[in-house]
Design a protein around this ligand. Structure first.
Ligand code: FE2
Length: 384
């Protein structure tokens, strides 16, 4: 009898719960459609009607009233990279994803939207940018065994607010025509007078370079790092300028012989559809520094993300982050943008395997973030 009562209750409760969920999703959809979210007032008569319609629909034609779940992503990552992930995710889960793409300003937007923000997930690159979200309290802590077991500890935050989903190494690009093989083995070697007037770089205060210098502080201490930065800047062939691709172009046209770049730019240019860009790397090779047995390995940064503090779709948002560490998603990072997966055992494209394996600096990426203010002072003092 008790069993019969429970069955009867569940028969009526399930459609009621589904209907209430449908209304919740419907109101969220209204809010998403009006990004940035404006408060949508639905009076009690409308709610009453929706409840009645949903109940009738839920009971008479169960399932038909249920709207599929959606999440909203604020992405600093570009559309060409993100779209294949979204297609795969929707195919797997049925969850639709809406994305706001912007190269900058999303942290300020999230902050000003506050509790009314429609954002569920934030995706960005570089620990420096993740740290901005984390410092402003724009992420929430995520409880996911899968994320914690998949992502190495040094590539995620201690408080589970942000996670690294792919790796990038800051490497040394050299002219194959003007630089003797093996003449540079460590990032520290770029301070040698041998390279006077021969190095190109983007400005030191760019997050990529700031993280690199932080890794040198973590390894050698502040004083040594400042000495290195001073000597490095004195070796520059020109004022720091341009992005990483521009440094490769500068090597190709003979403005300098050596540059610091993120490894995937080399991959992008080697495989570029633009013949001129392929030319920029024709006589350039890549050195992963600090590879000797006793050395720390090449500096590693991450692309990563977290769940927005006021996400209204936490369950679905966690599913999305967990999807990003699946073998399929990890393979997309490697194949679309030549980034390294954070999990082991992913087949890499030829562009990445041609370099062979390399040793990575495993200093916690959070340490790199914490050193950032001190690092910036050194960058200012050395005018990098
Ligand atoms: Fe980049």
């Amino acid at each position: 009898m008790i069993i019969a009562t429970q069955n009867l209750a569940s028969l009526y409760w399930r459609p009621i719960c589904e209907s209430l969920n449908s209304i919740k999703i419907f109101t969220q959809l209204l809010q998403v459609r009006t990004m940035p979210k404006t408060k949508v007032r639905i009076n009690s008569a409308v709610i009453g009607f929706l409840l009645f319609a949903s109940l009738v629909g839920g009971i008479l034609i169960p399932g038909q009233m249920a709207l599929s779940a959606e999440i909203n992503i604020y992405s600093h990552r570009q559309k060409f990279l993100i779209e294949p992930f979204l297609e795969e995710f929707k195919e797997r889960t049925g969850i639709k994803v809406n994305v706001v793409y912007a190269s900058k300003g999303l942290a300020q937007r999230l902050q000003s939207e506050g509790e009314a923000s429609p954002a569920d997930v934030v995706l960005t690159v570089d620990i420096g940018r993740l740290k901005i979200y984390s410092d402003k309290g724009l992420f929430q802590s995520v409880n996911s065994k899968l994320l914690n077991s998949s992502i190495p500890e040094h590539l995620r935050s201690e408080d589970n607010t942000w996670f690294g989903f792919s790796k990038r190494s800051r490497v040394i690009a050299v002219s194959t025509e003007r630089v003797t093989p093996n003449s540079i083995r460590r990032i520290e070697d770029l301070a040698s007078p041998e390279w006077k007037g021969r190095i190109c770089t983007r400005p030191g205060s760019h997050v990529y370079n700031r993280a690199l210098l932080s890794s040198i502080i973590a390894a050698n201490g502040e004083k040594e790092a400042e000495n290195w930065a001073t000597a490095f800047v004195s070796n520059l062939a020109r004022r720091p300028q341009g992005n990483d691709r521009a440094q490769l172009k500068a090597i190709s046209v003979g403005q300098c012989d050596v540059a610091i770049i993120n490894h995937y730019y080399y991959g992008k240019l080697v495989n570029s559809e633009d013949a001129a860009q392929r030319e920029w790397v024709k006589n350039v090779s890549i050195i992963f520094p600090n590879q000797e047995a006793e050395d720390r390995g090449a500096h590693i940064n991450i692309s990563g993300g977290g769940i927005a503090k006021y996400s209204q779709n936490v369950k679905e948002a966690v599913k999305f982050l967990e999807f990003l560490v699946s073998p399929e998603a990890q393979s997309l990072y490697a194949n679309i943008n030549y980034e390294y997966p954070v999990i082991e055992g992913i087949a890499l494209p030829d562009t990445l395997t041609v370099w062979g394996e390399f040793k990575e600096d495993t200093v916690p990426i959070e340490t790199i973030a914490d050193l950032s203010p001190k690092t910036q002072m050194i960058i200012d003092r050395t005018r990098w």
